[in-house]
Design a protein around this ligand. Structure first.
Ligand code: SAM
Length: 216
């Protein structure tokens, strides 16, 4: 148990009660040491429930947003996941603990320095079911498709066609859409390949920059 364990447990138990989190999300968030992912300067703030700067003009989402997104994705052991926007690597680490050794998560980041740092942390923690890819995630990651779940941690102008294409039938995609005003969308591809989408509510994310995202 690390020095922040109690603080982390208290935060996650509060989030569980507030957002009715499933037990697998709670367990994973208590397991993953968020303080190792945030820049050292902000380490003591890692278990306060707000976003933090991570350099390169980017942020790590607030813990409640990670919890809510994991809950909405309805993650199960053994699933194959695609994350767009690695950032610090924290969110993907939580997902990797939920899908377990039989599952796999590919996370795509456009800023090579952030991707490199996340890789190092995964190596140190021994998280082996995560692959970090540098590139434009608005195109998805065709090589390992299709995915049970895809989620995007940056806001896009519209739902990227590539992501819909790379989603399995019966799969779910979670993506914030919009510029100044953003909504988190839950998109489901049914067994016949038809797309159904609904908005979860207003959110605030950095922009998705790329081919099917915003201009740089
Ligand atoms: N999930 C992250 C975490 O746990 O720290 C936080 C992600 S941060 C809110 C959004 C990230 O998306 C940034 O690191 C940004 O560089 C990245 N991003 C923006 N556009 C992208 C794109 N087209 N492909 C891949 N990553 C992108």
């Amino acid at each position: 148990m690390d020095e922040y364990y109690e603080k982390r447990r208290r935060l996650i138990e509060r989030l569980r009660d507030e957002f009715n989190l499933s037990e697998n999300v709670v367990r994973a968030m208590i397991e993953v040491p968020r303080h190792l992912f945030v820049p050292p300067f902000y380490r003591s703030e890692a278990y306060n429930d707000y976003p933090l700067p991570i350099g390169h003009g980017q942020t790590i989402s607030a813990p409640h947003m990670v919890a809510i997104m994991c809950n909405l994705l309805d993650l199960k052991e053994g699933m194959r996941i695609l994350e767009i926007g690695t950032g610090t690597g924290y969110h993907a680490a939580v997902v990797s603990r939920i899908v377990g050794e039989g599952g796999r998560i590919i996370t795509v980041e456009r800023i090579p320095e952030l991707a490199e740092r996340a890789k190092e942390i995964y190596r140190d923690l021994g998280y082996e079911n995560i692959e970090v890819v540098v590139g434009d995630g608005s195109r998805g990651y065709e090589k390992e498709a299709p995915y049970d779940r895809i989620y995007v941690t940056a806001s896009a102008p519209k739902i990227p066609e590539n992501l819909l294409f790379q989603l399995k039938h019966g799969g779910k995609l979670l993506i914030p859409i919009g510029d100044f005003v953003q909504y988190l969308y839950i998109v489901e591809k049914d067994e016949h390949g038809r797309i159904h989408k609904k908005s979860w509510g207003a959110v605030r994310f950095v922009p998705l920059v790329g081919d099917e995202g915003f201009d740089d």
